[in-house]
Design a protein around this ligand. Structure first.
Ligand code: NAP
Length: 289
């Protein structure tokens, strides 16, 4: 079996390859990268084969995917969604031309019911994959816990407050590492053809709870301060974020406040066991600062 993985130099793709190798070190794994030198360094002293592939250069992709029993198509990080639609269509067409046996795609949680602006991009890619007739597995990932809980959260410990416009909304986020582990389990396993999995947490958390956990772990009191959308944008601009990023973040928070991330699923837990706890995620973020 040959498993080909795109986005291999990225955090998720790299993690998937790490877990695949732990499970079966002799499996043939192909890492598709734009930056061959970076990939060589990341996969030094492994038997991972490295191939060049760029979603913006369609001619490079059929060779990159050649011989794939399974292809993990990691979504592009491009912000311009119409451009990203084309990138993904390039990859899907190449998978069809290369005769890939089974396409796994990293989509977004509950894509067909989601209000996140990203959902349309992911749905369009899912439908592009369906047009090929190739067996598929859509891995509908949560927002990463790491987006909210990362070394930057040390600033909230210092200021004593977490400021969001999420009110008391619940979040079903999962760490990238748990998503990588679950994705590797799907790729290494039998079956999963034409299945959709929602890789969200089986338990949710809120920013009020995050503030409590931050207080416990750091030993300094941290409170969650809920603000309006406009106040959130101003706050983020004042702490140094560019206006566009501040507005984007406030929109995500507003969508969360509307209940977008409240739904749970056991799809991931059934594959990897208990997800990383909020406490452990906070501990790792503060230790990494
Ligand atoms: P990441 O660390 O930014 O990795 C993105 C990967 O895509 C890198 O390997 C990058 O290669 C590769 N890439 C970029 N442009 C490409 C192109 N034109 N052709 C081929 N490969 C290209 O992101 P991640 O954390 O691994 O996440 C994986 C994906 O999930 C992201 O790309 C994004 O679509 C999505 N995402 C989801 C969330 C969430 O909360 N669920 C958050 C952020 C992103 P280089 O090393 O050459 O740049």
């Amino acid at each position: 079996m040959t498993i080909v993985i795109t986005g291999a130099t990225g955090q998720l793709g790299h993690g998937v390859i790490k877990y695949l190798q732990e499970q079966n070190p002799t499996e043939k794994i192909v890492a598709v990268a734009r930056n061959i030198e970076k990939a060589r360094q990341q996969f030094a002293e492994t038997n991972v084969e490295i191939r060049f592939g760029d979603y913006d250069e369609p001619v490079t992709l059929p060779n990159a995917f050649d011989g794939a029993t399974k292809l993990l198509l990691v979504s592009s990080p491009e912000y311009d969604d119409p451009k990203r639609v084309v990138q993904h269509a390039n990859a899907v067409k190449a998978a069809r031309d290369a005769g890939v046996g089974h396409i796994f795609y990293t989509s977004i949680a509950f894509a067909d019911e989601s209000n996140l602006p990203l959902a349309l991009l992911h749905l369009s890619t899912e439908y592009a994959i369906r047009t090929t007739g190739i067996p598929f597995t859509f891995i509908r990932n949560s927002l990463y816990s790491d987006v909210f809980i990362n070394p930057g959260i040390a600033a909230s410990v210092e200021s004593g407050e977490l400021v969001t416009n999420t009110d008391s909304a619940r979040l079903n986020t999962v760490t990238r590492d748990d998503l990588a582990k679950g994705t590797a389990a799907l790729l290494a396993g039998e079956g999963h053809e034409n299945q959709i999995y929602n890789f969200v947490s089986s338990k949710t958390w809120s920013f009020d709870e995050l503030a409590e956990v931050l207080s416990q772990v750091s030993g300094k009191e941290v409170k969650h301060r809920n603000v309006s959308y406009d106040e959130q944008v101003e706050y983020l601009k004042n702490v140094g974020l560019p206006e566009g990023v501040a507005a984007f973040t406030a929109v995500i928070y507003e969508t969360i406040a509307g209940g977008e991330t409240a739904r749970t699923s056991d799809d991931l837990k059934n594959l990897i066991g208990e997800e990383t706890s909020l406490e452990e995620t906070v501990r790792q973020a503060l230790d990494a600062k």
